[in-house]
Structure formats: C-alpha cells, structure tokens
Design a binder for this molecule. Structure first.
Ligand code: DP6
Length: 356
C-alpha cells in the first residue's frame, strides 16, 4: 500500500550533486520483528552515534535511453555485493519520488569504520543515501519545513533498512508507535521532544570488536523468526513497557533503571534468537566473558557502566563521559584481550547527519 502523503511527483530535468554523512545508531530498546513493507512490530529507541558514519555522494543526471538506474562505488571501487540491496531500496522508494525513474544515480560511499568490523553499516548507509535523495527532492520543493524533511528522510531510510529510520537526527530517535511518545509512528522515526537528563549528553559507546566476521544471520531471516515465535506476543509487550520505562530513566537520569532496561533488552534479543526456529547463538565465549567482567566491575566500582548487543558478538559499552578515565583503564587492562586483535572503537552520542 502506498502512503499517499509521502508521494511527491514533479517533472524535473537537469543534474544535481550532493553529499551527506550519516551516523550509525545503537538501539537501547530493540527493533526485532517486522511486517508489511518495513513496519516494526514494536517501538524502538536508539542513541545516534558520532564517529561510525557513512559518507555518500550522489550525482543525479537525466537518464539516457536504456541506461541502468544507478552505479555504485564503495571506497571508489565497484562493489556488486551491495547492488541488490540498493536496487531493492530504489524500487521501494521510486513510487514516493517518481522523478527518480527518469534519472541515473551515480552513488559513491565510504564508511569511517572497516566494513569487516562486525559493525552493521546498513543504518548509516541507507540513511546517508536517503538524505541525498531527499536533498535532491527538496530542490523541487523549496518550502519544505525541517520537520517535513526529517520525516521524509526517515520514511525513505526505513524502506532501505528499518534501523536506518533512526539515523536521521540526534541525539536519540524513536521509531514505531508508542503511547509513551507523542507523534511516534511506524512510518518514520521522530526525535522525542522530552527533556533529557544532562548525564546522557555525550554518553559514551565503546564498541568492543569480538568478531570482525560477517553476521551469521541476515536481518531478513532474523526479523522473520519473530513470525510465529512462541514468545512473540510477550516480547512486543515487553518492548512497549521498556520504552516507557526508559523514557523515565532518560528524563530523570536514573542510571540504575537505564542499566536494567538496556541490558535486559540486549539479553531479550539474544534469548529470542536462541529460542526461535531456526535457533541462533550469536554470542561468543568472549562476549559472555566480557559481560561477566562488566558485572563484576560495576559491583566493585559502583560506576554506571553497562552493555548492549546487536545481532552479533560485539559488545557496546555504555557509560557517562565523566567516567571515561576509569572505564578506559578497565577496557585496556581487562577487556581488550577478549577483542579480535585487541580492537575497539570509541564512539559517543551525537547530533546526527551533516550535509558535506
Ligand atoms: C538487532 O535494521 O538491520 O540491530 O530492517 O531488515 O534492514 P532491516 O533490519 P535492521 O535490524 C536491526 C536489528 C537490531 C536492533 C535495532 O537496531 O533496533
């Protein structure tokens, strides 16, 4: 079904070139399970990151005859591996911006983090591409408000990858209808209007690289396992409860509550994978060892360090900026040895994409 309010048709000819940088994001309440055309089964909330970014430039030129729709360079090299995902994305979004069908897109992308770091790049990549396309669309639509731009960018990004809907602004975004967040929608992510406690400003996310390899479960398969999952109904209820409680923690600065929800969400995500048909075990022995170490460190130091996980073995360490020195010592002395080649990436909550 086409969402009419997002269709923008006009006749436009000429060339346009733009470049955007979009960050990755880390979900605290997880999106796991989808239906229809990229619609979430439950609301999710994420911190927008700063350093893990994709930079994408697009040159739009009028299509000549039977020319292909697009060409794609990753790190200046043709990468056939990414083509199907981009093709699917362009097919999905063209009804919302039919002018695209008359243009050839020369797309060139670069990630600030290595492709083989085990860090999912689909959120930042699809967000950067969506922003380039909406920037082009804006040239035909000069009176667009900031809010309309944000909505359309998130709406398009969602059609590329669900989590990309949440990489359109900072410092945090909510995607999926939730009674706790006014204006929230399944169609696009919003920046919640609430006041956030200053402790979350520049909140740190240090990503411990446990496994640089490719994900062992594709996101399509991963979300698919929620159809008919024995715990699906309870899980969607849990996410709704957690996002409301997390709003309170973010508002009041209650770090005990923040930790409880964030770690609980990571564990639920992995528990869902372990109890689905087929079953997946994406944690590795190092992941479990790191989690134990974090719990011991927290008990001893009383510092509010916690973790979250994506659909993979890497561990995201979350903590306030003011605890940087103690946590970095802990990482270097006790956690680094569990990382592949001792690698980790230091990132933090940020303000969202930038036009270059
Ligand atoms: C575990 O956004 O990668 O990271 O919509 O199929 O592209 P698609 O899925 P994707 O799923 C992300 C799942 C997650 C949790 C999250 O980011 O909320």
């Amino acid at each position: 079904m086409i969402q009419d309010e997002f269709v923008f048709a006009s006749h436009f000819e000429g060339e346009y070139e733009t470049q955007w940088q979009a960050p990755s994001n880390i979900a605290l309440v997880k999106y796991w399970g989808k239906h229809g055309e990229q619609l979430p089964r439950n609301p999710s909330l994420s911190f927008t990151l700063t350093k893990c970014v994709t930079t994408t430039s697009v040159n739009f030129s009028p299509k000549q005859g039977r020319e292909m729709n697009f060409d794609f360079l990753f790190d200046k090299i043709k990468q056939p591996y990414f083509r199907p995902k981009i093709e699917q994305f362009l097919d999905r979004i063209t009804p919302y911006f039919p002018v695209l069908a008359e243009h050839h897109l020369s797309i060139s992308s670069h990630n600030s983090f290595p492709h083989s770091s085990g860090i999912a790049s689909s959120a930042s990549a699809m967000a950067a591409l969506a922003l380039c396309i909406v920037d082009f669309e804006k040239q035909h639509h000069p009176n667009w408000s900031e809010e309309a731009l944000l909505q359309k960018s998130s709406f398009l990004a969602r059609l590329g990858s669900g989590s990309a809907a949440r990489s359109i602004a900072g410092p945090m975004m909510v995607w999926g209808e939730s009674t706790a967040f006014l204006g929230s929608s399944d169609l696009y992510a919003i920046v919640p209007e609430n006041e956030w406690h200053p402790i979350f400003q520049n909140f740190q996310d240090t990503v411990l690289i446990v496994d640089k390899g490719q994900k062992k479960v594709s996101s399509t398969l991963g979300h698919g396992i929620m159809n008919g999952h024995p715990f699906a109904a309870q899980r969607f209820e849990q996410a709704n409860r957690n996002i409301a409680a997390l709003k309170n923690a973010l508002n009041t600065g209650d770090l005990d509550q923040f930790i409880d929800i964030t770690e609980g969400e990571a564990m639920s995500l992995h528990a869902l994978m372990m109890t689905s048909q087929p079953r997946f075990m994406l944690m590795q022995p190092q992941t479990v060892a790191i989690i134990q170490k974090i719990w011991d460190f927290r008990a001893e130091s009383q510092l509010p360090l916690c973790f979250t996980l994506d659909a993979g073995a890497n561990v995201h360490l979350l903590y306030p900026k003011q605890d940087c020195i103690s946590v970095m010592d802990f990482i270097k002395n006790e956690l680094c040895s569990f990382c592949q080649n001792g690698e980790y990436i230091e990132d933090q909550v940020g303000n969202g994409p930038q036009k270059m």
